[in-house]
Ligand binder design. Structure first.
Ligand SMILES: [Zn+2]
Length: 489
């Protein structure tokens, strides 16, 4: 048995002012066969990582393809996408005959000329391998679960957790499902219900937590092989945006249809109930300061680099400085130029620095302040589950009582190492402001005595009615009140 695995992944915010090019992939994940690290998967490479570990015991040969992944930002350059895609397809052709494919994709990647990159990849791979090869795909739940990719693959599995703590587990599941299908033990059939809604579904809140626990308990019994909730990725202007429920049953399409419908209807009834409340920044700071325990973790989801925002909005930071807040830490602010200036000034230097507030109109104005450089680190990183996320060269500066982590590789706050690798102990702070929607909860949730989600003026508005969609299929909630959810596959 011969399996092929590769990754091509990013999450595309089509409204982002930051184009994505080959350079963006080289900064994050750009691994040719033989270059994959053995310690842990990188972004979206878990299928290859898992298959490599299990190949011998399961009795298959793994042919490793290239893995390319970039941090979320704007639309990927067309020629660069085609270059990476064609490299992978060339490897697949060279690997033939192949019995199965394991793709580690994101699911919300857009390139110029390609609204549905994953559909394009699966379509071209299918043309190479023919109808009998079993194609398994792992996706981020923040994806567009398009009909094209459903028609052309055999097994699709989304992570269930948000924060995405189960990337490796779900990759194991994709491999299990592909192997069982190849051995003739199961016959996966997929059904999809379209909820016709745009919403965020952190699984750290009780309603979604209970829902996910319940669907997990349904898997592996009564002929149900797998259940995925495609949350949607709201910051993309593509036709098939929206929440969809995918059920994979063993040979019984009617059973998959029935369960997808039941779960889809439940999600429709959860409209407006799965997102945490967010409050305006001034009130949020006041609430944090009044709280009699520490640290209070404040999140700025609207400036989440993980959703394609620049992560250099200064609005809340400026308020912290102006209100002379003590024992505060802020990160990450993406500003490679400011990092360079800090390295030039040197550790412990006190000098006037302009930082943040640069990339777009919704970044706010830069901060001009006399700063002290408290730490400098080349090739810094933070952890996210088992993966290490590179931050590039980093500097930490102090302005009054506020310590700010400046990074060179744009990414959201994920692990405590964002601060601790620069000598800042977030547990010793009164207030920690992180730029992230919900992934920060995996590491910062356990240390937080209180978590506050702030509604700022950064680009990723939490009110989806404010996003200037032009191409999304309508009607869809909350843009439209009346919608027609139902089975679509
Ligand atoms: Zn995601």
């Amino acid at each position: 048995m011969r399996l092929f695995s590769a990754t091509l992944a990013t999450e595309t915010n089509t409204f982002s002012p930051l184009p994505t090019s080959l350079e963006s992939y080289k900064e994050s994940v750009f691994l040719r066969p033989g270059e994959h690290p053995t310690d842990a998967p990188r972004m979206c490479t878990a299928p290859l990582f898992v298959a490599r570990q299990r190949a011998k015991a399961e009795g298959f040969i793994l042919i490793e393809g290239s893995c390319f992944a970039a941090s979320p930002a704007g639309t990927t350059n067309r020629a660069d996408y085609e270059f990476m895609r064609d490299e992978i397809l060339g490897q697949l052709k060279a690997a033939m005959p192949v019995d199965g494919i394991l793709f580690g994709l994101h699911g919300a990647m857009v390139a110029h000329g390609y609204d549905d990159v994953e559909g394009d990849i699966v379509e071209r791979a299918r043309a190479v391998v023919g109808p009998n090869c079993v194609i398994g795909v792992e996706l981020d739940p923040h994806c567009h679960l398009t009909l094209k990719r459903l028609k052309l693959s055999d097994v699709i599995v989304c992570y269930k957790e948000f924060p995405h703590a189960d990337v490796v587990e779900r990759a194991e599941e994709v491999l299990d499902l592909v192997l069982k299908a190849l051995r003739g033990q199961t016959k996966p059939v997929m059904s999809v219900y379209d909820c016709r809604q745009i919403q965020s579904y952190p699984t750290t809140l009780p309603l979604m937590r209970a829902f996910v626990d319940r669907i997990k308990a349904m898997e592996g019994r009564d002929g149900i092989l797998s259940i995925s909730i495609a949350h949607c990725f709201p910051y993309a202007d593509v036709p098939e945006l929206g929440t969809r429920v995918l059920v994979i049953a063993d040979g019984d399409k009617a059973k998959a249809d029935a369960l997808a419908t039941k779960l889809g209807e439940e999600l429709v009834s959860m409209r407006g109930k799965t997102m945490p409340p967010s409050i305006e920044s001034g009130a949020a700071i006041a609430q944090a300061l009044e709280f009699n325990d520490a640290p209070v973790v404040m999140a700025d989801p609207a400036d989440n680099a993980g959703g394609g925002a620049p992560s250099d909005n200064t609005t809340i930071l400026r308020q912290l400085i102006e209100r002379k807040v003590e024992r505060a830490a802020v990160g990450p602010i993406w500003d490679p130029v400011a990092v360079r200036l800090c390295f030039d000034a040197g550790k412990d230097a006190v000098f006037p620095l302009r930082f943040g507030g640069k990339t777009g109109p919704r970044s706010g104005q830069p901060i001009d302040a006399e700063v002290q450089v408290i730490a400098l680190k080349r090739d810094c990183w933070q952890g996210f589950g088992p993966t290490r996320v590179p931050l590039g060269d980093c500097a930490a500066v102090r302005v009054g009582g506020v310590e700010v982590v400046l990074i060179s590789n744009r990414t959201q706050a994920l692990g405590l190492e964002l601060f601790t690798n620069l000598g800042i102990d977030p547990t010793a702070k009164k207030l920690v402001l992180v730029k992230s929607t919900n992934h920060f909860m995996a590491a910062f949730g356990p240390i937080a005595k209180k978590v506050i989600y702030v509604e700022s003026d950064a680009p990723l508005s939490r009110d989806h009615r404010k996003i200037p969609y032009a191409r999304v299929n309508r009607p869809i909630w909350p843009l439209d009140e009346t919608t027609s959810p139902g089975l679509i596959f």
